[in-house]
Write a protein that binds this ligand. Structure first.
Ligand code: KIV
Length: 273
């Protein structure tokens, strides 16, 4: 039996079929070990370009490269067996033309073996989305607050406010749905708009700061684990990893300094003849 046949991973088609059904649950992961934990509980794992901010301390996701995404995509695929793995297309790797997007998306799928890619953008990315889907690349869309557009949005701002804002977000979601995306991340969108979109398009919606009205939810793992002091309003800290890491680091440094570590249990002894 081949390795692939032993465990059947969820696919983009499985996720698309969950519209209106059980909630779809997702987290980001960038490493094999966290992917292994997330894999046991989530339907899909996103290798988000948020890794630039979370792992590398960048101020935005704009400097993230294709090579960074492929490297961490590999790690997450190695650490997981069941969940669909979706890898973000970084800024500059898909916006120029459908051909550029296909070239880089196919590189991601071939080199990581992930099951889908995610691209940010609404109506202006519909043609590219259709181009990729028609050529065998499952696409997850991302509308509303699109962090890669931080420089034109003037900051990370909630979307869908006012008549014009609502119309833009709704048109964006509809265009990406019509183009054949299997799911759409809706980020930073006010609740009534997120609800209306979810109820009116056939594509599953995955909310992050877009209310419980969506078909599923996603958070950045490190945010909900409490690794960062500050988190946006829409994040609930389900853990306090920062305190836990700090306590452990402090205990280790104290133990080395006071001579209690390494203790007898941590020392290799010569073999007895
Ligand atoms: O990069 C990322 O982690 C994302 C999520 C916030 C949806 O796109």
């Amino acid at each position: 039996m081949s390795a692939q046949a032993k465990t059947r991973r969820l696919t983009a088609v499985d996720i698309a079929g969950r519209k209106g059904g059980d909630k779809i649950v997702s987290l980001t992961a960038y490493h094999a070990h966290t992917a292994g934990i997330v894999d046991q509980y989530c339907d899909f794992i996103l290798v988000g370009d948020s890794l630039g901010m979370v792992m590398h301390g960048l101020e935005t996701t704009v400097p993230v490269t294709l090579e960074m995404m492929i490297l961490q995509g590999h790690a997450v695929m190695r650490g997981s067996t069941k969940a669909l793995v979706v890898v973000d297309m970084p800024f500059g790797s898909y916006e120029e033309s459908p051909e550029q997007a296909f070239r880089n998306a196919s590189r991601i799928l071939k080199e990581t073996m992930a099951g889908a890619i995610k691209m940010e953008g609404g109506t202006h990315m519909a043609e590219t989305t259709a181009f990729l889907v028609q050529r065998g690349i499952p696409v997850m869309g991302h509308v509303g607050l699109t962090p890669q557009a931080v420089n034109t949005m003037g900051g990370f701002r909630v979307q869908g406010r006012g008549d014009e804002g609502q119309a833009v977000v709704e048109a964006d979601a509809r265009a990406i749905s019509d183009a054949g995306a299997f799911a759409i991340v809706m980020e930073g969108i006010i609740e009534p708009v997120a609800r209306r979109i979810t109820e009116s398009i056939p594509t599953v919606t995955i909310g992050i700061g877009a209310s419980p009205a969506c078909d599923g939810q996603i958070l950045v793992l490190e945010d909900m684990l409490g690794l960062n002091d500050w988190v946006p309003k829409f994040v609930k800290k389900f853990g306090s990893l920062r305190d836990h890491i700090e306590d452990s680091v402090k205990a280790y440094t104290e133990a080395v300094r006071d001579g209690s570590f390494p203790g007898p249990d941590h020392v290799y002894k010569p073999k007895k003849d």
